[in-house]
Design a binder for this molecule. Structure first.
Ligand code: SF4
Ligand code: SF4
Length: 124
C-alpha cells in the first residue's frame, strides 16, 4: 500500500507552481492542445516559452502577489490548477516523496506564528 502523504496542497498557495521552469514535453503540449482545441503549434506558442538547456520548453507565467510570478494556469483566487486533467507530467509527479519541503516549512512557521494563513513569499 502507498505511504500516506505528509502534505496538504489544499492548505498551500501552490508554491511548486511558482517554479520558473515547469517542464513541458511534446506529450504535455499535445495533451493541453487537445484540451483547449488548439493545434500543437498554437498551444506551444500560447502557453509555453523557451526554457534552458535542461528544460527547453516551460509553461508561461503570470504575475503573483506571493511569489512574484506563477504558472499562468493557477487561479489566483482559489490557488487551484485550472487545467488539472490536462496538466503536464511533471505536475502529476511532484513532489516525488511523501513529504514536501515547502509544506513542512509552511506548517512549522504557521504553528510558530500562530497564523494559519501565513505564506512564505519568494520573488522569482
Ligand atoms: S508546494 Fe507542496 S504542498 Fe504546496 S501545492 Fe506544491 S506539492 Fe502541494
Ligand atoms: S499546470 Fe497546474 S499544476 Fe502545473 S504548474 Fe501550472 S497550475 Fe500548477
Amino acid at each position: 500500500m502507498a505511504k500516506k502523504q505528509k502534505y496538504d496542497c489544499i492548505k498551500c498557495p501552490a508554491y511548486c507552481c511558482s517554479y520558473a521552469h515547469i517542464e513541458t514535453k511534446k506529450k504535455d503540449i499535445q495533451r493541453m492542445a487537445d484540451a483547449f482545441g488548439l493545434t500543437f503549434e498554437e498551444c506551444k506558442k500560447k502557453h509555453t516559452k523557451k526554457g534552458d538547456k535542461d528544460t527547453p520548453r516551460v509553461l508561461r507565467h503570470q504575475k503573483d502577489e506571493h511569489y512574484g510570478t506563477i504558472c499562468k494556469f493557477i487561479d489566483l483566487e482559489t490557488r487551484n490548477c485550472t487545467i488539472y486533467e490536462a496538466r503536464p507530467k511533471i505536475c502529476r509527479e511532484f513532489p516525488t516523496q511523501k513529504r514536501c519541503g515547502y509544506y513542512d516549512f509552511l506548517s512549522f512557521e504557521r504553528e510558530v506564528q500562530d497564523d494559519e494563513t501565513w505564506v512564505a513569499t519568494t520573488d522569482n
